[in-house]
Design a binder for this molecule. Structure first.
Ligand code: ARG
Length: 468
């Protein structure tokens, strides 16, 4: 028997009570799963739904995009006819437009975004709308919408890291202002603003690479795995995979469910590595802007005043940037805690949606401030130079002796004994000019970093348009 005949038989059986033909037009507030005679307690429903429907606003357009691919797939296997498909696609587009313009508001009238889509289709199209959920479950629906969202956010992350790296590299190339290099926050050896910027340039190139690689790693289509065990329909999953711009299908329905949370953690890890560098960068700027250091002057708009102390300009933005690691780490922790689960769909992970959204959006908005801030803050060369003291040449002195044949440990002891005199005849510039180890001031290899940055741009370009 052809599979569609089999389904039709089942349909007759399932709907033999007449509900199929006489079903009333679904009100927007109907629960997809409500059954006659089963009481729904409002207080329990509120607990279950929480603010999920409001959070679904963030994922709604992706849910609609995936719904379009799903119905196209249904038409390809004969579940929908061409007319039904056209009307559903048009209605989904109209819903997306209404949502974007504010004419449609996703709110507590619906249990979640998934229900809202079906309710709208049923309300406007009747039985054609009632067919949309054939072969899918909200379990793969939430997965695919989140997956598309994560891919978009990882692209944004890669691009932001790229922009940050570019600004750092540009400044590393043009300003080599001497400043102390610190270890343990103690003056150690002569360094430069160029070395400082080159460090963060390389860091953000790596962060962009990680975002890109993570995006590739999670680029797998879960749509068509239904509740987590497949369905008795030959869904055209290859088609929906291509249509949604995924590079591969997530084949096993069981694995699709196992990947919920796991892929979110991977994305948060990629974001966290960018935030970790940001936290240290912000810490540096927070120190460098103090009167005690006085190395850095922030553009005015990155500082705020005090409500009581008329003399103050505070680096609040720097502090908020430094703090921005916390929501990302918190999201990671919450999802990791929620993931103590057996296989199969579990509602637990719904609870991670808020922190995922908060962590990702806060992290990206913090990173988005960096290119401009980094491009525009001013160094104070005089204060930086004044902080270099003669003993900071002691390592240079010891190394020169070692090159001349004195065993390093002997040279080290001699230089330590005369540390305060080691600056004689030396300047920060001569120290930096002699720092020829690859990556150091005299051999910074900025062109190598530039090549890596350009290779990254090519990778980014290689991402298909529909994948963005
Ligand atoms: N809001 C739900 C979630 O995030 C959607 C899936 C609901 N599925 C279910 N079987 N209750 O997990």
């Amino acid at each position: 028997m052809h599979w569609i005949d089999c389904i039709n038989r089942c349909r007759v059986h399932v709907f033999s009570n007449g509900d199929w033909t006489h079903a009333r037009a679904s009100k927007m507030s109907d629960l997809l799963w409500q059954k006659d005679g089963v009481r729904v307690d409002a207080r329990i429903m509120r607990f279950l739904a929480g603010n999920d429907v409001v959070l679904d606003r963030e994922f709604f357009l992706h849910d609609i995009t995936a719904s379009k691919a799903h119905v196209e797939g249904l038409e390809r296997i004969g579940v929908l006819d061409a007319g039904e498909l056209d009307s559903i696609l048009a209605e989904l587009d109209a819903l997306a437009a209404d949502f974007s313009s504010g004419a449609f508001v996703l709110d507590e009238r619906h249990e979640d975004g998934h229900s809202a889509i079906e309710a709208r289709l049923v309300e406007r199209l009747g039985d054609a709308g009632r067919k949309v959920h054939t072969g899918r479950s909200r379990n793969d629906q939430v997965l695919v919408a989140t997956r598309l969202w994560l891919k978009e956010k990882l692209s944004e992350l890669a691009m932001l890291c790229h922009d940050i790296a570019r600004v750092c590299l540009d400044r590393a190339a043009v300003e080599a202002l001497p400043m102390p290099g610190y270890t343990h926050l103690q003056r150690a050896v002569v360094s430069s603003s160029s070395m400082w910027f080159a460090g963060f340039a390389e860091g953000y190139i790596d962060n962009a690479l990680r975002a890109h690689d993570t995006r590739t790693w999670i680029d797998a289509n879960p749509l068509g795995t239904a509740a987590g065990y497949g369905v008795n329909l030959p869904l055209d999953r290859e088609y929906t995979t291509r249509r949604l711009g995924f590079t591969r299908m997530q084949l096993s329905p069981v694995y699709a469910q196992l990947s919920r949370g796991k892929f979110e953690l991977a994305a948060l890890d990629a974001l966290a590595s960018a935030m970790l560098d940001l936290r240290r960068l912000a810490w540096d700027l927070s120190l460098f802007t103090t009167t005690e250091f006085g190395f850095v002057q922030l553009p005015d708009e990155y500082t705020t005043g005090s409500s009581i102390m008329p003399n103050k300009r505070n680096p609040d933005v720097i502090e908020m940037l430094r703090a921005s690691y916390a929501p990302v780490a918190a999201a990671r922790t919450e999802i990791e805690q929620l993931l103590s689960l057996p296989s199969g769909y579990q509602r637990d992970l719904q609870l991670g949606k808020a922190s995922l959204w908060h962590g990702v959006s806060h992290g990206l908005s913090a990173l988005s401030l960096l290119p401009d801030l980094l491009a525009r803050f001013n160094w104070n060369p005089a204060a930086m130079r004044a902080a270099i003291e003669p003993s900071m040449y002691a390592t240079d002195v010891a190394m020169e002796q070692a090159v001349a044949g004195v065993p390093f440990r002997v040279a080290y002891r001699a230089a330590a004994a005369a540390a305060s005199e080691s600056g004689a005849g030396r300047t920060p510039e001569t120290s930096l000019a002699a720092r020829v180890s690859p990556g150091a001031a005299a051999a910074p290899g900025l062109e190598i970093l530039r090549d890596r940055l350009n290779a990254l741009k090519d990778k980014q370009r290689a991402v298909p348009e529909s994948n963005h």
